[in-house]
Ligand binder design. Structure first.
Ligand code: WQD
Length: 336
């Protein structure tokens, strides 16, 4: 299928493009490069050995999107273009609602005008917020803890209402837990410009000597060792989940959501210890105060994606750390 990947030059998007191509699909990248770089598309062409059509545009530019859909005879869209930094969403919530919510509505309107009704939406476990029960399942009450999570929640609501209004829509939302690692070629990964305040890149930077120590945001949570617990998922498993979602939505109209995680919770200190195994030396860390907006623990119930999509994450924590370390070493070796 001809698949338009919005945000296709970004961290998750570029891996989705690589996996789509490997599966015989024809991905087209739409990206405004506000949080990514054009070189990623060149890397993808090197990686795939194919020409990857590129549309430099913002998803809120409905004419540009409509033109792209028609020119490239798009049959389905995977919508990843969006903002994702939790701290930033507190200081500039309007930008998060304009891009993540309004952007999704404008994109959907353009799809309708082009007669394209197949859409996979990049959502986030952040829509759950503080979870009463763990692991988190898709029917859980949604109570996002910050504007980023709320923007994803609102976008989900738009798509759910759209599907309820018109049976032509085939829509799937994927709730990512914590993406980490890079493509096995080590040609693409999370670019330094994209790296928010996430844990795995911070640990990798300490391992590479770019940072003196890991700041551990709190050791007084009700968890195994007092530090935050998360469900880290390899980006290649995440990308594969988009492929299975695409296959699913071709056969199923309506709206549905799926968790994409491993089902296992890993604490900050457990991740640091696993990374020490991957990089071969100890890593300094300092216990700091809690970070606003953080929840104690979150990890996925992945039964639904397994039973309905036939998808399961295959990379374990050691694979994830080895992959993130390989990427960090590639960044360290790259000309600055
Ligand atoms: C993980 C844990 C921190 C950095 C967010 C978004 C989520 C997704 C991934 C977009 C927490 C602790 C972190 C550090 C630390 N984004 N930590 N020191 O906050 O779970 O998820 O990013 O898709 O939607 O909500 O990820 O990696 O920032 O934090 O101790 O330097 O590591 O407190 O417990 P998070 P994270």
């Amino acid at each position: 299928m001809n698949v338009l990947v919005t945000g296709g030059a970004g961290y998750i998007g570029s891996h989705v493009v690589a996996v789509l191509h490997a599966a015989g699909h024809h991905p087209v990248v739409l990206d405004n490069f506000s949080h990514s770089r054009p070189e990623v598309v060149q890397k993808l062409e090197r990686l795939t050995g194919a020409k990857i059509p590129l549309v430099q545009a913002d998803v809120r530019d409905d004419q540009a999107v409509l033109t792209a859909l028609k020119i490239h005879e798009v049959e389905a869209v995977i919508h990843l273009a969006g903002l994702k930094v939790v701290g930033e969403s507190f200081t500039d919530p309007l930008e998060y609602y304009e891009v993540n919510v309004h952007g999704t509505a404008v994109l959907a309107r353009a799809l309708e005008a082009a007669g394209v009704f197949h859409l996979v939406f990049s959502s986030s476990a952040a829509v759950y917020g503080k979870s009463d029960t763990l692991p988190v399942n898709e029917s859980q009450r949604l109570d996002p803890a910050h504007p980023y999570g709320r923007s994803k929640w609102h976008a989900e609501q738009i798509l759910a209402d759209l599907a309820a209004s018109d049976e032509r829509w085939h829509l799937v939302g994927l709730r990512y837990f914590n993406p980490v690692g890079c493509h096995p070629s080590v040609l693409i990964g999370e670019a330094p410009s994209e790296i928010a305040s996430n844990l795995m890149p911070a640990v990798a930077r300490v391992a590479a000597g770019w940072q003196s120590e890991v700041e551990v945001f709190g050791q007084d949570y009700p968890t195994v060792d007092g530090t935050g617990v998360r469900d880290f998922i390899h980006v290649m498993d995440l990308a594969q989940g988009h492929l299975t979602a695409l296959d699913y939505l071709v056969q199923h109209s309506g709206w549905d959501v799926f968790n994409l995680g491993t089902g296992r919770g890993v604490s900050v200190l457990e991740l640091i210890a696993a990374f020490e195994q991957a990089c071969g030396h100890s890593l300094a860390y300092r216990i700091a105060s809690r970070r606003p907006g953080d929840i104690a623990a979150s990890f996925a119930d992945v039964t639904k994606a397994h039973q309905i999509l036939g998808w399961v994450a295959r990379h374990d924590l050691a694979d994830q750390c080895a992959s993130a370390w390989a990427w960090q070493q590639a960044l360290s070796a790259a000309p600055s």
